[in-house]
Ligand binder design. Structure first.
Ligand code: 5CA
Length: 437
């Protein structure tokens, strides 16, 4: 895509309303545009990142055996009256009345709806276990929406729901999601620490939050520094390996990690003084095991192996997909702009033509662009080199190919890695070899 044709509106000035770096950079790099308080439109670069994050989340859910569905954003109030949450949810729920005076709402989460759908089909223990998820916009009328998409009113969430015959079965489902989450965040280049958490309005006893460590995070967290060295990329545990998954879960959760609400001073004192870490973090995921809290009031019941009725055990598992885009920037930036990790970058390469109109520069740039038409932005604007460098660093694609008249005359490209600042001069062929590897 040529920059002279692209819709990539960068801002020179820092918008006054943005208090944290990811919000500032998302506005300045033209990723999002606020349309109302806490509600944003996603512009081309932002949308490409959002889609990549969403796809990684999807692939890891599928790998863990969950199946994708898509439920609507608008829900009937009576489902929530059945579970008893309609009144409890308070002002955070956006309530809507349709033309027939029916009470509707914009869904803040989907426990009720998925339980109702599942109930319509599940009749026997053979219909269990199942795990269904969707990736859909949610609305919560937050008192203080802030920090851009980090705490929005409308936001994209992946929410999965598991149904099991027994408590042991549902604990296994919980652990499957636990591992899937660690894999998901690791693929994005993020270190997420699982912490015992409070369950709030979702309910239940067993719950973990997944927290990315960042100074601008809203949660205060206490954790063992051993987490910093853990790597689950190579963890090969099959979905049905009950003992293997339990072992993995127990190993990871034996290390101390807790949010402020769950912090236990006595247990904390037992952690090596040199390993104790206290900091701020961003909650990017939250998983809950709540037994029959929804299945019971919503009348979900199946025939067990001996024919007697059983109320399935449930859990729910959320990931803040749109929040992750902001969290990724909090974790990957410098004073000049964003430094996208390869896995989620909107485009892989910026091609910087430092002298538009110079035959050799134009030819080299065109050659690179033609080789990666969908994964490069070609800065073909008649602008000064300084402006191009600044914009490329701000937008933060992983690679920059810098092409000036002197190098171009010799058929050379300067390739810069945005994450590390490393540069090398290469022939176009060698540069392409690297970029397409
Ligand atoms: N039903 C459960 C799990 S499916 C649930 O709603 N959990 S939650 O409330 O913890 O939300 C799941 C994730 O959505 C959070 O971990 C967070 O990453 C994200 N999230 C929650 N509220 C917001 C918000 N206002 N803006 C952006 N992301 C949010």
């Amino acid at each position: 895509m040529r920059l002279t044709r692209a819709f990539l509106p960068t801002l020179k000035e820092t918008p006054a309303e943005a208090q944290i770096v990811s919000h500032r950079l998302m506005l300045r790099a033209g990723l999002i545009r606020q349309t109302s308080a806490g509600i944003y439109a996603w512009l081309p670069a932002g949308l490409r990142v959002l889609r990549k994050v969403e796809q990684i989340v999807r692939e890891e859910q599928d790998r863990a055996g969950a199946q994708e569905v898509l439920m609507p954003t608008i829900q009937p109030a009576d489902l929530w009256q059945k579970s008893g949450r309609y009144d409890d949810y308070g002002k955070e729920m956006l309530r809507i009345t349709d033309r027939h005076e029916r009470a509707m709402l914009f869904g803040p989460t989907n426990e009720e709806m998925i339980t109702d759908i599942f109930r319509s089909y599940a009749t026997s223990y053979r219909d269990l276990p199942r795990n269904l998820y969707h990736i859909q916009w949610k609305f919560r009328d937050e008192v203080r929406p802030r920090f851009g998409v980090m705490r929005g009113r409308e936001f994209l969430m992946k929410d999965a729901y598991s149904f099991d015959l027994t408590k042991e079965g549902s604990e296994h489902s919980y652990r499957q999601m636990f591992l899937a989450y660690l894999r998901t965040f690791q693929r994005m280049g993020l270190k997420a620490v699982p912490m015992r958490a409070d369950t709030g309005p979702i309910g239940g006893k067993l719950s973990h939050e997944f927290i990315i460590l960042a100074e601008t995070g809203e949660s205060t967290v206490f954790y063992d520094s051993k987490f910093e060295g853990l790597d689950w990329g190579g963890t090969e545990v099959g979905n049905d390996d009950v003992d293997g998954l339990r072992g993995f879960f127990e190993e990871v959760t034996s290390l101390y990690a807790a949010t402020e609400e769950m912090h236990d001073e006595a247990a904390w004192a037992g952690v090596d003084a040199g390993s104790r870490r206290e900091g701020k973090g961003i909650e990017v995921g939250h998983i809950f095991h709540f037994g029959t809290k929804y299945s019971e009031p919503m009348g979900l019941s199946v025939a067990g192996p001996d024919g007697s009725p059983v109320t399935p055990q449930m859990g729910s598992y959320g990931i803040g997909v749109s929040r992750l885009v902001a969290a990724l920037i909090e974790a990957n930036h410098d004073e000049n702009g964003i430094r996208w990790p390869d896995a989620v970058a909107p485009w892989k390469l910026s091609i910087l033509n430092l002298k538009v109109g110079d035959a050799a520069c134009d030819a080299l740039c065109e050659k690179l662009h033609a080789a990666m038409p969908d994964d490069a932005i070609y800065d073909d604007r008649p602008e000064r080199a300084g402006v191009k460098f600044a914009d490329a660093d701000l937008m933060g694609f992983p690679w920059q190919a810098i092409i000036g008249p002197r190098g171009a005359a010799a058929g050379k490209v300067e390739l810069k890695r945005r994450m590390t600042g490393e540069r090398e001069e290469l022939s176009v062929e060698d540069a392409l070899g690297k970029l397409l590897a």
